[in-house]
Design a protein around this ligand. Structure first.
Ligand code: AOF
Ligand code: ZN
Length: 370
């Protein structure tokens, strides 16, 4: 296999494709959100670029969408893709065959596809067809952007983001359990964005009973997003009067449960809630592998303390996002984790700070597992 080195402008174009692909996160599962950018030469010799990404629900793929642009002059073009083009044929041609058939001259790939039906095969096919191929352009950035998809392929689990809003003294609610207004408007908008860019938001049933949350994204321009809302509810206690149950035909809602109560199950199903019986709910990794089996690639965990503890304890928090407000809630307030989480200074749960942002009076902190 003979790969060619990067050229001077490659990173510039690939960065554009990556930024565009990132906008599709949360709506393409079970597929990755792939970005595809093609450089063509226009009538007056000027360079033009065309940019597509994987469509909502995963089809059409980015390359297919790009190659169906009317009057596109794909012959002898250069194509940038954030993931190796697929090599498996289903009803239609695979993306790699489409690119070859279109006569593209060069393909620059950020990252190889961990899907065994494609891994390395597409690269080989392109080379054999006489296309110049470069692999690894902005690979690290691509792997971060596509982490959810890569984790589902490699580890059979989605990538996990845990988000919480705390006071200066680390409390998520006051002594009465009130938590609605800890952080400001800007922080809350960011939370809505986070929901939109994840495939699902997960909460424990305790949080649903206490806060009666909606867990959807209510930002203009993102209202069409339909991220799943998932409740971990061992005993199927989700009230039919909860906002989640009441709005489940509008915003897809799943309940994962362990102990059947036929009456409650059929009531919830009639309302539009999807119920999933799991043989074991004590182990977070079992739950995550079940969700990966259903196609989920990125999940957002939003409380409560008990669920946070379980995710931390299982070392299954890939990304931790904290919004911190400049208030004190006192020692009677609710902690971010429950008493189940045991740690000490010799062996703390450690994270690496990768991003901070000031949101007027609040702070946004983003960590990765160290
Ligand atoms: C591409 N371009 O935009 C995406 C790709 O179920 P299917 O047939 O849609 O195939 C899913 C696989 O396609 C997925 O595992 C990954 O290998 C690839 N995704 N490939 O060429 C795209 N989204
Ligand atoms: Zn494809």
């Amino acid at each position: 296999m003979s790969l060619l080195p990067e050229q001077p402008q490659d990173q510039y174009w690939m960065a554009k494709a990556l930024r565009y692909a990132a906008l599709g996160l949360g709506e393409t599962w079970p597929n990755p959100s792939v970005g595809c950018l093609m450089l063509t030469v226009g009538d007056n010799e000027n360079t033009q670029f065309h940019l597509t990404r994987t469509a909502a629900f995963g089809r059409p793929h980015a390359e297919e969408a790009l190659l169906s642009i009317p009057s596109l002059k794909a012959k002898d073009s250069t194509v940038y893709v954030t993931l190796e083009p697929c090599a498996h044929e289903q009803k239609n041609l695979s993306c790699v065959d489409r690119l070859i058939r279109a006569g593209v001259k060069r393909v620059v790939i950020a990252s190889q596809d961990p899907d065994q039906r494609t891994n390395g095969i597409a690269v080989q096919k392109l080379i054999e067809a006489g296309v110049s191929v470069t692999v690894g352009c902005l690979e690290k950035q691509a792997n971060t952007m596509q982490q959810g998809y890569i984790y589902r392929q490699r580890y059979q689990r989605p990538m996990v983001t845990l988000k919480t809003a705390i006071s200066l003294d680390g409390k998520t609610a006051d002594s009465k359990g009130n938590s609605q207004w800890i952080t400001n408007h800007y922080s809350r908008r960011r939370v809505h964005l986070l929901r939109a860019f994840h495939d699902a938001t997960i909460v424990g049933i305790g949080t649903v009973i206490k806060d009666n949350p909606m867990l959807n994204c209510r930002l203009k321009r993102f209202e069409h997003r339909r991220s799943l809302r998932i409740v971990l509810d061992r005993q199927l206690r989700l009230p039919c009067t909860s906002k989640l149950a009441q709005t489940s035909t509008q915003f897809p809602t799943w309940v994962l449960y362990r102990y059947d109560s036929e009456n409650r199950r059929s009531q919830l199903e009639k309302m539009g809630v999807e119920v999933h019986l799991l043989p074991d709910m004590s182990d977070i990794s079992v739950i995550l592998s079940y969700l990966a089996g259903k196609g989920l690639t990125r999940v957002l965990v939003e409380g409560g303390a008990k669920l946070h503890s379980a995710f931390f304890q299982a070392k299954l928090v890939d990304r931790l996002i904290i919004f911190q407000a400049p208030i004190l809630l006192g020692s009677q307030g609710v902690d971010m984790t429950g008493p189940e989480l045991k740690a000490d200074i010799e062996q703390p749960y450690r994270f690496k700070l990768i991003h901070t942002r000031k949101l007027i009076n609040d702070f946004y902190y983003e960590y990765r597992q160290a």
